[in-house]
Design a binder for this molecule. Structure first.
Ligand SMILES: [Cu+2]
Length: 142
């Protein structure tokens, strides 16, 4: 058996180190892509909704007229997204509501819907905006 030369051992060590770095970086990126940001609780009736490039996590939100509610929008996309820069929106024109969540962050608005009806909520920031059916949903006030 030939003794392993020093340079070979150094190369093996270097390859192992690079391998560990690459795996670590991949793991870090995967974690960032799939981990949901931790959300602090909000007092009262709260509706949590999140959005990424694939759309909203809920296609329908039901509320009661006359009852205050806090809608919290969370963006699951990071700022490296070229389309919209990782921001998402939750807007309801008829109720004058426009929430814009920053990349990987949340914003919320508390309001009291007064009139029963079916409204459309949408994000007009990314993926073709309002015209894209995945970036909209139904708000039903009963
Ligand atoms: Cu969006």
């Amino acid at each position: 058996m030939k003794p392993v030369s020093k340079s070979k051992r150094t190369r093996a060590t270097a390859f192992t180190a690079i391998g560990v770095l690459v795996l670590g970086a991949a793991g870090y990126l995967l974690y960032g892509a799939f981990a949901k940001p931790e959300l602090p609780p909000i007092d009262g009736n709260t509706v949590d909704i999140a959005a990424d490039m694939g759309g909203f996590t809920r296609k329908e939100v039901r509320l009661k007229a006359g009852e205050p509610v806090t809608v919290r929008l969370t963006s699951l996309d990071g700022s490296h997204h070229t389309d919209g820069g990782g921001k998402h929106q939750w807007a309801v024109d008829e109720l004058g509501i426009n929430i814009v969540a920053p990349p990987l962050g949340s914003r919320y608005v508390t309001f009291t819907p007064s009139k029963p009806g079916t409204y459309t909520f949408y994000c007009d920031i990314c993926c073709g905006g309002r015209a894209n059916p995945t970036m909209s949903g139904r708000l039903v006030v009963s």
